[in-house]
Design a protein around this ligand. Structure first.
Ligand SMILES: Cc1cc2nc3c(=O)[nH]c(=O)nc-3n(C[C@H](O)[C@H](O)[C@H](O)COP(=O)(O)OP(=O)(O)OC[C@H]3O[C@@H](n4cnc5c(N)ncnc54)[C@H](O)[C@@H]3O)c2cc1C
Ligand code: FES
Ligand code: FES
Length: 348
């Protein structure tokens, strides 16, 4: 295995439409740290640093099928995502949507302002990004008020209160004009709700995906950091080889990093090498036979949810889908894997 000869030692990604080739990345750096400290994009905020508040929410997109050109868009917690994990992706921050300085605010931003949905503003960039991710998702034209409410499960606000935020967000729902306050079991006392219907059917801009990234060919990555190294194999053989070379505690597998980041930051654990397994195809498989369901350890909860929707005729799949309503948040489900979840749940 020619691990050292064929691996790249740099990252290529885009932030708000601009290409970045980073040759000095430290595997320690989170995406949020990099955005705020290196790129001086301080719109995304550091709140809890543990994936719980959503103040750091950004959107990342990458091409998942070169033949069809399909792009996957996800909102994620910048405080948990390693910078190294965004190689090949387009990162969009609140600055990339629009700014008051340039008078080019995105409709998600103006809508929050028009509904008075911000006070101190600390959570607002994260709210904007979650809303952007929802209203530009694949099923955006059919989004109901309930879908929109659910999509805010990863964002907290300490001061505004959720009603104006949700009213602003629900103004993008396709069923906003169907709500009948008189027939509703919960009386509507909102002063802004009536405004929602006036926005029905308005178009929503989506930030273009960089053409160059459509042809991006992911390659193996090996980055030597000052305290930790980063490996991203792209084949199963390469992964097996790396684990043979660095067995046990000499290396740590990571997928979404939602647990490992906590171990490093809160439990102060150190790992000499991280091996990111997000690009190993075999781990992404999902199959169904007459009497079984086969799920790869590298399937994220969001991909699983979408697959289970197609298998809803099976009562087990139906029951699993129900569980998702109570599981973590959109940003976490977008990156966390089944394998990581099982291992993270193991008693010490
Ligand atoms: C804000 C927040 C809310 C959460 N809410 C819930 C909740 O409501 N319910 C719940 O059950 N959980 C919850 N969790 C836990 C979450 O589900 C797990 O952190 C997540 O599933 C881990 O997946 P990951 O891909 O991020 O794992 P990582 O952090 O990347 O890895 C976790 C562990 O698994 C190992 N690992 C990863 N992939 C593999 C693999 N393929 N083979 C072998 N080992 C592997 C890693 O080495 C590591 O030890 C929450 C977590 C956060 C941060
Ligand atoms: S800072 Fe709270 S989720 Fe990232
Ligand atoms: S506006 Fe202050 S935290 Fe939400």
């Amino acid at each position: 295995m020619k691990e050292t000869n064929t691996s790249a030692d740099f990252l290529l990604f885009y932030v708000n439409g601009k290409e970045i080739i980073e040759r000095h990345a430290e595997p320690e750096w989170t995406l949020l740290w990099y955005l705020r400290n290196k790129l001086k994009l301080t719109g995304s905020k550091l709140g809890c640093g543990e994936g719980g508040c959503g103040a750091c929410t950004v959107s990342i997109s990458h091409c998942i099928d070169k033949n069809t050109g399909e792009i996957e868009h996800r909102t994620i917690n910048g405080c948990l995502a390693p910078l190294c994990s965004v190689d090949g992706c387009h990162v969009i921050t609140v600055e990339g949507l629009g700014s008051t300085n340039k008078s080019n605010l995105h409709s998600t931003q103006t809508r929050l302002a028009e509904f008075y949905a911000s006070q101190c503003g600390f959570c607002t960039p994260g709210m904007v990004m979650s809303l952007y991710g929802t209203v530009t998702s694949k099923d955006a034209s059919n989004l109901t008020m309930a879908d929109i409410e659910e999509s805010f499960d990863g964002n907290l606000c300490r001061c505004t209160g959720y009603r104006p935020i949700l009213d602003a967000a629900k103004s993008f729902a396709c069923d906003i004009d169907k709500f009948n306050a008189e027939k509703s079991s919960s009386p509507n006392t909102s002063t802004t709700f009536d405004k929602c219907a006036s926005f029905l059917g308005q178009s929503i801009d989506q930030i273009p995906f960089p053409e160059k990234l459509r042809d991006h060919q992911p390659q193996s990555i090996q980055i030597k950091g000052s305290s930790m190294d980063w490996y991203r194999p792209i084949t199963l053989t390469e992964l097996i080889h790396l684990r043979q070379k660095y067995p046990g505690d000499e290396s740590k597998l990571i997928f979404g990093n939602t647990r490992v980041q906590f171990e490093r930051k809160v439990e102060q654990r150190t790992f000499p090498r991280l091996i990111s397994i997000t690009h190993v195809k075999e781990l992404q498989e999902m199959k169904r036979t007459d009497d079984s369901i086969y799920l790869g350890a590298g399937v994220t909860f969001t991909r699983l949810k979408s697959q289970l929707m197609d298998w809803k005729d099976n009562p087990i799949c139906h029951a699993l889908l129900d569980q998702f309503k109570h599981f973590a948040s959109t940003q976490i489900r977008n990156v966390a894997s089944l394998g990581g979840h099982i291992i993270a749940a193991l008693p010490k």
